[in-house]
Design a protein around this ligand. Structure first.
Ligand SMILES: [Cu+2]
Length: 477
């Protein structure tokens, strides 16, 4: 992937930093002028070639490596990437495939690769127990894909190094496909467009900054620029027609309320774990770190050459230009059937209380310990996990009731949201999920059935919180 072609000007940065101060640590910085004139600066992460010719068998190699990358033209900064300088190739597999991925770690520190959203046995999960030693060591993950089509991702998950490694550039998409033949936009990079959204902080010179103030520790690292697929405020020509976006929030800590600038409605068709039962028409969608959503927007009513902006709270970080007429797609009113996990099968309700900030973050009053299993369960069991955020005195510092202060991700399982604050879930929370956003005071009831054995993590996906110990382990035996 090429670097961004943004030109740095003093004015632009001064405005940006001033704006960031005005709206506070949790707001999107305002006042960034988009000064790029070039089109199609949005790269599409390349599809990684399957090394196997055998049917039903997929083989990949991921080299975890250091590199240099130009976020701003002419300013090379150290970066991390899979098989390249930044981010990683998109992996694809079909439901039923046996997947074998060799991970080679060429970093000077340990790493792991976690398949976020893929339901696999604990020892293949790529969590903190599957460390890949530095300087060329290897680890091979081997698992069968047993879930429906979905947009998943992979990223590091080492102890205390997840946040810095993801921020440095490590992360990529993992697309699962299945036999479903709905007439949805499916031409990768053309009308089926991956958007990996991240924010990063840059100095006036264009250097990448990390953990430079106390708020970064308290709330997690928030940037002053938003990047899509590794490029700051990119632009992309899209077909005049229906376009699907597979959106991943791969930011360390920032949540986004994503919308088009012209109030263009769109439909959400998929959540973390795949298609929803029905497309849901909305004007915006909230995405906390680690969550994915697939949306379809219809640009057929726009004139060729129209520009549509996409972003959050007045900071539009993606510019789309309507191009030539695209293929015809019909979004059906019914997408798939989702089997509801029955509450009658629930054998246990477990409570998880998330609290604290900075170094004081806890789940149920505890911080992560590598040699401690926090919860034990049995394979095939159905449980409700009642997850809440109780900030106590910290609540007043947390940017108000409407900020996503923590979120919750469980490995090794997909869940359904039974209730959010006593009400039925709305939007993409009506589908299969593995990560869920939480505000202070929120309580969500998540119903799940354990299908894979092993030790798995549950944690806040604000990566600085995770690294500070906002994580626990459960054993499925
Ligand atoms: Cu958190």
């Amino acid at each position: 992937m090429k670097g961004g072609k943004g030109m740095i000007t003093r004015r632009r940065f001064n405005m940006g930093l001033a704006g960031a101060l005005l709206v506070g640590g949790l707001g999107i910085p305002k006042g960034f002028a988009n000064e790029k004139s070039e089109w199609d600066t949005l790269p599409t992460p390349p599809l990684l070639e399957n090394e196997s010719n055998e049917k039903g068998y997929v083989k990949y190699t991921l080299n975890v490596q250091q590199g240099m990358y130009e976020y701003f033209t002419g300013v090379k900064v150290p970066s991390l990437g899979y098989n390249g300088n930044i981010l990683g190739p998109t992996l694809k597999a079909k439901k039923g495939d046996i997947v074998e991925i060799k991970v080679k770690n060429f970093l000077k520190e340990e790493t792991t690769v976690h398949w976020h959203g893929m339901v696999v046995p604990g020892e293949m999960d790529g969590g903190p127990h599957q460390v890949v030693s530095p300087n060329g060591s290897e680890w091979t993950a081997r698992f069968k894909v047993e879930q429906q089509a979905a947009t998943l991702w992979y990223h590091p998950h080492g102890i205390g190094t997840t946040a810095s490694q993801v921020y440095g550039g490590l992360g990529g998409l993992f697309i699962v496909e299945d036999e479903n033949r709905l007439n949805l936009p499916n031409e990768y990079g053309v009308d089926d467009i991956p958007l990996v959204i991240q924010d990063k902080r840059f100095s006036q010179k264009g250097d990448l900054l990390y953990l430079t103030n106390m708020n970064d520790i308290m709330y997690g690292m928030l940037g002053n620029k938003v990047l899509v697929n590794g490029v700051i405020e990119p632009k992309k020509t899209i077909p005049r027609g229906k376009v699907r976006f597979r959106i991943l929030n791969a930011s360390n800590a920032r949540s986004y309320n994503l919308k088009f600038n012209n109030k263009l409605p769109f439909v959400i068709i998929a959540s973390d774990g795949g298609l929803l039962e029905k497309p849901i028409k909305v004007n915006d969608v909230l995405l906390s770190p680690g969550e994915r959503v697939e949306i379809v927007a219809d640009f057929s009513e726009f004139d060729e050459g129209s520009e549509i902006l996409f972003g959050d709270r007045g900071y539009n970080f993606l510019t789309l230009k309507v191009g030539k007429k695209g293929k015809r797609y019909e979004i059906p009113t019914r997408l798939i059937d989702i089997d509801k996990i029955s509450e009658k099968d629930v054998v246990r309700v477990r409570e998880f209380v998330l609290s604290g900030l900075g170094h004081m973050v806890t789940i149920n009053g505890k911080q992560f310990q590598m040699n401690r299993i926090d919860e034990n369960t049995k394979i095939g069991t159905t449980e409700i996990w009642r997850v809440s955020v109780r900030m106590g005195m910290h609540g007043m510092m947390g940017g108000g009731r409407n900020s996503i202060i923590h979120n919750f991700h469980a490995h090794g399982v997909l869940f359904q949201v039974l209730k959010r604050n006593g009400r039925k879930p709305t939007g993409h929370e009506q589908g299969w999920k593995d990560t869920i956003a939480l505000r202070n005071g929120d309580t969500v009831d998540l119903i799940m059935n354990f299908r894979k054995k092993g030790v798995f993590m549950y944690h806040c996906h604000i990566l600085e919180h995770e690294d500070n110990g906002m994580m626990g382990q459960f054993l499925v035996s």
